[in-house]
Each structure stands twice: as C-alpha cells, then as structure tokens.
Design a protein around this ligand. Structure first.
Ligand SMILES: [Zn+2]
Length: 145
C-alpha cells in the first residue's frame, strides 16, 4: 500500500497527489508541468495563502516579513538556503506583511520577521526574530517534521 501526499503546486496552486515514495524524485505538477519543488520559498498572497496552508500534507513554514525590515532582508537568503535543505519534506513560503496586512493581522504577527509553522492548516508553533540557516533548519526539524 502506498501512502500519497497532497502537494500544492507553487506555480499554479493545483493540488497534486504524489506517492510518498516518489516525493524525492523531483515530481512535477500534473496541471502546469512545472517542478513542485524549486528550492525557493513560495510567495503567498492572501488569495493563495489558505490553499497552501490547508491543502499541503507536508508542513508549511511561512516567513512573515516586510521590505522595510533590515533583519528580514538579512534572513531572506538564509531562508532560501533552508528551503534547499528542507524540501521536499517541508514547504517554505513568504508573506509580505506590507502588501498583505490582513494576513499579518489574522495571524496576529506582532514582530517581523516571524516564522510560523503550519501542519494541516493549523499553526503548530512560531519563532520571532532573524535566524541563521542552520537554526532555521534545526528549528523546523525539532517540530517533528
Ligand atoms: Zn502547477
């Protein structure tokens, strides 16, 4: 029996059903045929946020940031590196709280950057403050992912 994972396409938002044993085989989207994992965080706007948080069977770690925030800029390349290390077990995503203030308010984001880890659409934990790449990876992995 093969377990299947639902993975939301970072390009077209289609929900793909991938056998768990094939997750490491560079799966492509059945809708747009683009790779489902590109070692880059997915930029989420409000219209896409819910689908990515609730329809992915893998955990989703969201970086809430803003363009005016120095520590956010410092952490941005580290977050990309962390995506390269954590995919395809975890999806990394970013929300610009300046252009998506409703999402920041909805999640009660009080300081940025803040990382929020979701599983099955529910927040598991969050971590405010800029982190180094290794700390991001370690923090995510200690959450049972
Ligand atoms: Zn797609």
């Amino acid at each position: 029996m093969t377990e299947a994972l639902h993975i939301v396409c970072p390009h077209c938002d289609a929900v793909n059903r991938i056998p768990a044993g094939r997750i490491d085989d560079r799966p492509r989207c059945g809708g747009c045929h683009e790779p489902l994992f590109t070692a880059r965080p997915v930029k989420l706007i409000a219209a896409r946020f819910h689908a990515h948080i609730t329809r992915n069977d893998i955990p989703v770690v969201v970086d809430f940031w803003a363009p005016w925030c120095g520590p956010c800029k410092t952490m941005a390349p580290r977050f990309v590196q962390a995506a390269g290390e954590l995919e395809p077990r975890v999806r990394l995503a970013k929300v610009n709280t300046e252009t998506e203030p409703a999402l920041g308010a909805q999640l009660a984001i009080r300081s940025i950057p803040t990382l929020v880890l979701f599983k099955g659409g529910r927040e598991v934990t969050r971590q405010p403050g800029a982190m180094a790449t290794a700390d991001i990876v370690r923090w995510v992995r200690t959450q049972g992912t």
